[in-house]
Design a protein around this ligand. Structure first.
Ligand code: GTP
Ligand code: MG
Length: 219
């Protein structure tokens, strides 16, 4: 959401003037759209992670998702970009959509809960599906053990997940949507990997536009 440079309020996209103080809002030049898909079993915290990242709040209520989409504009390494986040259904009733999600995603956050061994086991078929279906050898995937605030209910140690992550050559991290631990990192890792695996996607940054030979370098 565009922020007013005078009062700091968030304004809806397309507003030319701040709805709070009337200040002129500078146009944001979007240099890139990223389409990321969040997958994993029911109840592991996919929606809570998305909502924490986009709206900066923790959703304590469990309301099983059919399909939700979120958008967030972020400034990343000097580039303004839009993150489109597809929050998918974990419940088995909605599994028919999985193949389509796998086809349409550009990067994938695969979530399990550290309180459920089964939720980690459920990720392997997804990992196989993503790596088989996508033609690009290295697909941006992040493996995430959510609910790390529930240490007393932990049934999955980090080693098991780390092993799976190593097998599929993707980063692994533990997160908590409740305590806002590693939530930004999930999405920033996906952007980083997208750039790493698709160097042609690199776009000119705001600061580097004057220099035509340079692009927005992350590494
Ligand atoms: N303690 C704790 N609870 C969490 C965390 N993340 C999510 N939850 C809770 O776990 C429940 C399920 O979270 P959701 O985000 O709805 O799970 P989901 O993966 O989207 O589930 P489906 O939409 O059915 O696939 C909710 O009650 C959340 O508040 C977390 O990091 N810590
Ligand atoms: Mg959900």
């Amino acid at each position: 959401m565009p922020k007013c440079s005078r009062c700091g309020s968030d304004n809806p996209m397309g507003y030319n003037f701040c709805s709070h103080c009337g200040n002129k809002i500078e146009e944001i030049k979007i240099t890139r759209i990223y389409r990321f898909v969040i997958m994993g079993s029911g109840g592991v915290g996919k929606s809570a992670i998305s909502i924490r990242y986009v709206n900066r709040v923790f959703e304590a209520k469990y309301d099983p998702t059919i399909e939700d989409r979120y958008q967030k504009i972020i400034e990343y390494e000097g580039c303004s970009c839009v993150l489109e986040i597809l929050d998918t259904a974990g419940q088995e009733t909605f599994h028919a959509m999985r193949e389509l999600y796998i086809k349409t995603g550009e990067g994938y956050a695969l979530i399990y809960s550290i309180t459920s061994k089964q939720s980690l086991i459920d990720l392997e078929p997804l990992l196989l599906g993503i790596t088989e279906r996508n033609l690009i050898k290295d697909v941006p995937i992040v493996l995430v053990g959510n609910k790390c605030d529930l240490e007393n209910k932990r049934t999955v140690g980090p080693d098991a997940a780390r092993e799976l992550a190593k097998k599929y050559n993707c980063p692994f991290m533990e997160s908590s949507a409740k305590l806002n631990i590693n939530i930004e990192e999930i999405f920033h890792n996906l952007i980083r990997l997208t750039w790493l695996y698709n160097p042609s996607f690199k776009t000119k940054s705001k600061h580097q536009k004057k220099d035509k030979s340079s692009s927005c370098i992350l590494f």
